[in-house]
Design a protein around this ligand. Structure first.
Ligand code: FAD
Length: 399
């Protein structure tokens, strides 16, 4: 079979893939763009369904508005670790939209803009001096791999599988009154770093889940039963009566974002971009997808598609480079329960510190001086030092 010719082929039509198509077609409306996905849409994707407002703002930059319509905005974010707790009301936190809905809406917008979608499981992506071939079905000047954490395109780009990973399980259950209108994140204390969440969708159902960093508990690795057990332990009552519990890997971002030169680009999870503090990946997927699409369209337009990888890498590093270094540090610190609790207490004392935490966890924020000082002050406070070093035991209590 002769491979059909395209300007741009996008492998995967999740948020990163559709954003790539949208970015390319916004830059160059006549471009021939093919998206291939192994699934039919609408399809489920194991996720917390939390869509940060940053992702919605990125979509607006390519003229896509209203994908959140019909879903209630999240107005409250609660963080808890042990006895430390902060609850914060905000107008611009985001939405909780089932991925079956959100991703299908993005596919519709991308095809409305002119992209073609076919169902196909890509097995082999191979680049040569003149172009890139996807199996025997398509050939293009540039290929963008947006095929998630188990990306086959990543191998074609010459990159090893992504580094640190987390494993998380999610399900749906009836919304409890204390979860209404909000996103609750409760950090674990036994299998650090880990957390459980309850994200109210606003339609009577809440997305509940639990995730932890892989490789920390080699003696007792996370099984499905263990993930469910931890979820129930941290958020009692969240698993009974729930449904659709499924687990999936998250490829966590690291200090540096490696990306090769050339005609094969990677976006979203395929490029190893999930916030290592929060597990947020949709904003990164949309932001990198749009930039990959624009970079491809520009390079094709100037007749130099082999330069795409380099210009895309520079753009993403310009956008996210410092942020990734800061989240890398923050993620390592968040392996310590005392630091997590100190951060939450600092946020509870100053709403601006809470804003800084939200930007770091959901957008492209940094560890601001205010956040650093708040954290250090809390950790140095006599009450914190006391509770860390001289926790009362049954023997010393009341002595
Ligand atoms: C349990 C859990 C909870 C999470 N919660 C959140 C959250 O609340 N908020 C948030 O922002 N992020 C969350 N994330 C992360 C988020 O789900 C991902 O970062 C996001 O889906 C990345 O989008 P993507 O387009 O890169 O990849 P995906 O959404 O995985 O899309 C990849 C697409 O590629 C297709 N595909 C894969 N392989 C092939 C192939 N060989 N050929 C053709 N098509 C292929 C797939 O069918 C899929 O449609 C969570 C992740 C997990 C596992």
């Amino acid at each position: 079979m002769l491979a059909q010719e395209w300007d741009l082929v996008v492998v995967g039509a999740g948020p990163a893939g559709t954003a790539t198509a949208l970015g390319a077609l916004d830059e160059s409306p006549g471009l021939r763009v093919l998206m291939v996905d192994r699934a039919d849409f609408p399809r489920d994707k194991t996720c917390g369904d939390g869509i940060a407002h940053h992702a919605i703002a990125e979509l607006a930059s390519v003229g896509v508005r209203g994908v959140e319509h019909g879903w209630a905005p999240v107005r409250r974010l609660e963080l808890a670790a042990g006895s430390a707790r902060v609850s914060s009301s905000r107008d611009r936190l985001g939405w909780v939209i089932p991925r079956a809905v959100f991703d299908a809406r993005l596919v519709e917008r991308a095809t409305d803009a002119g992209a073609v979608l076919i169902r196909h499981r890509a097995v082999q992506v191979s680049a040569d001096a003149d172009g890139v071939t996807v199996d025997d079905i398509a050939r293009a000047s540039v290929v963008v791999g947006a095929d998630g954490p188990y990306s086959v395109t990543r191998t074609a780009a010459g990159l090893a599988p992504t580094g640190r990973r987390a494993l998380a399980l999610r399900g749906y259950t009836a919304t409890r009154p204390d979860w209404g209108g909000g996103q609750l994140i409760r950090f674990g204390e036994q299998r650090q770093p880990s957390y459980a969440w309850a994200f109210d969708r606003g339609d009577g159902l809440t997305n509940v889940g639990y995730g932890e960093l892989l490789g920390r508990h080699v003696d007792k690795p996370p099984t499905r039963d263990l993930l469910l057990h931890e979820l129930e332990r941290i958020l009692p009552g969240s698993t009974g009566g729930g449904s659709d519990f499924r687990a999936h890997h998250l490829p966590l971002s690291s200090w540096r974002w490696p990306h090769p030169d050339g005609r094969v680009l990677l976006a979203g999870d395929a490029s190893g971009l999930v916030n290592p503090m929060t597990g947020e990946g949709i904003y990164y997927a949309v932001a990198t997808g749009i930039r990959a699409g624009r970079a491809a369209a520009r390079a094709i337009g100037t007749g130099d598609p082999s330069s795409t990888g380099g210009s895309y890498r520079r753009e993403v590093r310009h956008l996210l480079g410092r942020h990734l270094r800061h989240t890398s540090v923050a993620a390592r610190l968040s392996g310590m329960s005392a630091v997590v609790a100190a951060g939450i207490r600092a946020a509870s004392r100053d709403p601006r510190t809470m804003d800084d935490l939200i930007e770091l966890g959901l957008g492209r924020g940094r560890i601001t001086p205010r956040l650093g000082i708040g954290l250090a002050a809390d950790l140095a406070a006599p009450s914190t030092v006391m509770s860390r070093t001289a926790r009362p035991t049954p023997d010393t209590e009341g002595a």
